[in-house]
Design a protein around this ligand. Structure first.
Ligand code: SF4
Length: 269
């Protein structure tokens, strides 16, 4: 069974996928934990903000809404970021950097929500109606598996709007100038294919959320993208079944942050 995230890793560097999935090297790396930590913080921020929105009242001023929406957010960030699992692996400077970046991002998000909420309150909406509109129903970390395809994956979010389903991948890195990185696009195609089998719905578009820069980029799930996905899938399947060593795609920046660099001849740059 091939996972959607392993397809992304194979596209990042086939040798990295080989070291992980064929050689079986498992690493609890800093990069992995930073991603996990950031996901946990965004999930927590959304949950607290929804709860805070429920308590809005039509008489509140902009300042009161602002403090209501920020209620418990700093303590949430501190509580998660200083958890032992993370603290033991991620160095202190990086933790501080993540803390400051996320606090700024959450402040910006909360600031935008203050004005939107005030406008909606003026229109006569209640706090829970506002929460439903600003945070539409979504399935979070939804697990899917297709035995017939030999594919599985856990998508970060599935958003549903007017009966249409959209896979969303959350990314903590930065986006390319144009579009999204190929590895992320192919991972979305994998989720779209799994969702089509799970929900019996055609999936035409997915999104990559670059949360640290507050940017959402769409990915069209076209026929061409599907073909490209299956080519990669077949290549990866042969690597896993036949155990051949694929060509590496080294590059300075990429290798420098690769968790498998100590097992790879290109790891020293
Ligand atoms: S160090 Fe570079 S070449 Fe080696 S596995 Fe990692 S990304 Fe690939």
């Amino acid at each position: 069974m091939i996972s959607a995230s392993s397809i992304s890793e194979f596209l990042y560097c086939p040798l990295k996928a080989y070291l992980k999935y064929v050689q079986g090297y498992e690493i609890s790396s800093e990069t992995y934990l930073i991603g996990k930590l950031t996901h946990e913080l965004f999930r927590g921020f959304n949950e607290i903000t929804i709860r805070n929105l429920w308590s809005l009242d039509p008489t509140m001023t902009l300042n009161e809404i602002s403090s209501q929406l920020w209620d418990d957010v700093p303590s949430l960030i501190k509580k998660i970021i200083y958890k032992k699992d993370y603290r033991d692996i991620i160095d202190g400077e990086t933790v501080k950097e993540i803390y400051e970046t996320l606090e700024d991002q959450f402040k910006l998000d909360a600031f935008q929500l203050v004005f939107k909420s005030r406008k909606m309150l003026n229109m006569g909406m209640s706090g829970d109606e506002i929460a439903d509109i600003l945070f539409p129903p979504a399935m979070v970390e939804f697990w899917m598996e297709s035995r017939s395809l030999g594919l599985r994956g856990k998508v970060d979010r599935i958003e549903i709007e007017d009966g249409a389903y959209f896979p969303v991948k959350i990314i903590t890195g930065t986006p390319p100038v144009k579009g999204v990185w190929k590895s992320h696009a192919m991972q979305l195609v994998a989720y779209a294919i799994l969702m089509e089998e799970t929900f019996q719905k055609e999936i035409r578009v997915g999104f990559v959320d670059y949360v640290l820069v507050g940017e959402r980029k769409p990915v069209m799930i076209s026929q061409e993208m599907r073909e490209e996905f299956y080519n990669t899938f077949n290549e990866m399947e042969s690597m896993m079944l036949e155990g051949y060593v694929p060509e590496a795609t080294p590059s300075g920046k990429k290798c420098k942050k690769c968790e498998y660099r100590e097992f790879c001849e290109y790891g020293d740059g």
